[in-house]
Ligand binder design. Structure first.
Ligand code: APR
Ligand code: PHB
Length: 385
């Protein structure tokens, strides 16, 4: 049996950043990740960092490549009914966002952890968490085809939406599913716009994003039951052209494609005994608000601070307040993400009245300074939630 101070399940942004922050406080951890390093470094996920996230990466020494390669945006474009409007984040809030792929954040954190002598067990799947109500938590795990146990003082469940750690909680789950999904592609074509385009069309939502000056990231609202079989490449490009109404959009080689269901979920509380959940393990947001990775990073910042206080003074105060401190921010992001989703997606069960209401609301958002500020301050990250 191996032992460490904090056993972390999952090497996504939450788990890796937590391990990094703990190391900076002199606290040892082991990260268990069921996939290979290669797999998680290639897995295409979210791509928008709020100022609070970029500050955290930069101030803890893992932001160098992000600052060099990340694309700083001062606003977004909204398109609907043949019109284009810009929401100027910088003017409305004084802040911008940085477009930098989640797998790049993951690569940078892995590199730093390994350079610092950190322990990440790849292809090690946690199968159960025990002992969180007494002072001897244990993570059962399958590694290199063998069953082994990691003994620790605390367990951080950073194992995403399909992880095992949630089973250890005595908690209530609040959930919503949506009658549509997102089909996302990564394509070898230069972005046709220098800013993100969120488009509402009567055929459904589309989003134009990017990863670099050569690579675009594009999304389409599709039916919840759709599979990729229904979406040959030509259909994807036709539909993107139609909904985005972007003449500059050129079809290019599709490097990656997949369909992601849209879901909202919050677990309350996010902790039990010596188990603490962070990131997608504790809450899911539909991607329309670009909040997932930011929530994950913000959670572990709070958790690392609480664990550091415990190891410094053996005071449980901050640990006991972990969930409460996170949930206000989490619910603000949940509301914003559900609001953006309702604003920009066609409801398959909706009627023409519904469509007209949505257009009116969009027009309000782009003409009222108050409404535009509501969108902007939530998108860049509302600090006082
Ligand atoms: N044992 C070990 N590792 C596991 C287990 C398990 N039983 N179950 C899941 N994992 C791993 C997954 O393979 C994944 O690498 O946990 C990791 C969880 O990482 P993420 O899903 O990236 O979650 P998180 O770090 O919370 O980051 C949230 O991810 O899905 C996006 O939109 C979301 O941007 C947000 C971000
Ligand atoms: C992305 O670039 O992957 C992205 C951007 C904005 C979103 C969701 C995803 O709202």
């Amino acid at each position: 049996m191996e032992a460490t101070q904090v056993g972390i399940i999952g090497a996504g942004p939450a788990g890796l950043m937590l391990s990094h922050l703990l190391h900076r406080q002199g606290i040892a951890s082991v990260v268990l990740e069921r996939r290979s390093r290669d797999y998680i470094e290639r897995r295409v996920r979210a791509g928008v960092l709020e100022q609070g996230s970029t500050d955290l990466l930069a101030s803890t020494g893992v932001g160098e490549r992000m600052m060099r390669e990340g694309l700083v945006h001062d606003g977004i474009k909204l398109r609907f009914a043949g019109e284009e409007h810009r929401i100027d984040f910088r003017r409305l809030t004084g802040k911008g966002i940085t477009v930098y792929g989640q797998q790049e954040v993951v690569k940078d954190l892995i590199q730093q952890r390994l350079a610092d002598g950190g322990e990440i067990w790849f292809e090690a799947e946690a199968t159960a968490v025990d002992g969180i109500e007494d002072d001897q938590p244990r993570i059962a795990c399958r590694r290199n085809g063998e069953d082994t146990t990691l003994a620790c003082e605390f367990v951080a469940g950073c194992d995403g939406s399909h992880g095992v750690s949630r089973a250890g909680l005595v908690a209530k789950s609040f959930e919503r599913s949506y009658p549509f999904s997102w089909l996302g592609i990564l394509a070898k074509t230069p972005p046709a716009s220098d800013e993100l385009i969120y488009a509402y069309h009567d055929r459904g939502f589309a989003l134009h994003s990017m990863r670099s000056p050569e690579i675009s990231r594009l999304y389409l609202q599709v039916d919840a039951a759709d599979t990729m079989d229904a979406w040959p490449e030509a259909r994807i490009w036709d539909e993107l052209r139609l909904r985005l109404a972007e003449p500059g959009l050129q079809a290019g080689e599709i490097i990656e494609a997949g369909i992601t269901p849209m879901r909202s979920m919050v677990t309350e509380p996010m902790q039990h005994g010596r188990l603490f959940l962070a990131g997608d393990a504790a809450h899911i947001v539909p991607a329309t608000g670009a909040k997932g990775m930011n929530l994950a990073l913000a959670d572990v910042r709070v958790l690392a601070e609480a664990l550091a206080a415990w190891y410094r003074s053996k005071s449980r105060d901050l640990l006991d307040r972990y969930s409460e401190r996170c949930l206000r921010r989490v619910w603000r992001a949940e509301h914003f993400s559900a609001w953006m989703t309702a604003l920009l997606h066609r409801d398959p069960a909706g009627d023409p009245f519904d469509h007209k209401l949505r257009l009116s609301y969009l027009r309000y958002v782009v003409t009222s300074e108050a409404a535009a500020t509501t969108l902007a301050e939530n998108y860049v990250g509302f600090e006082n939630a």
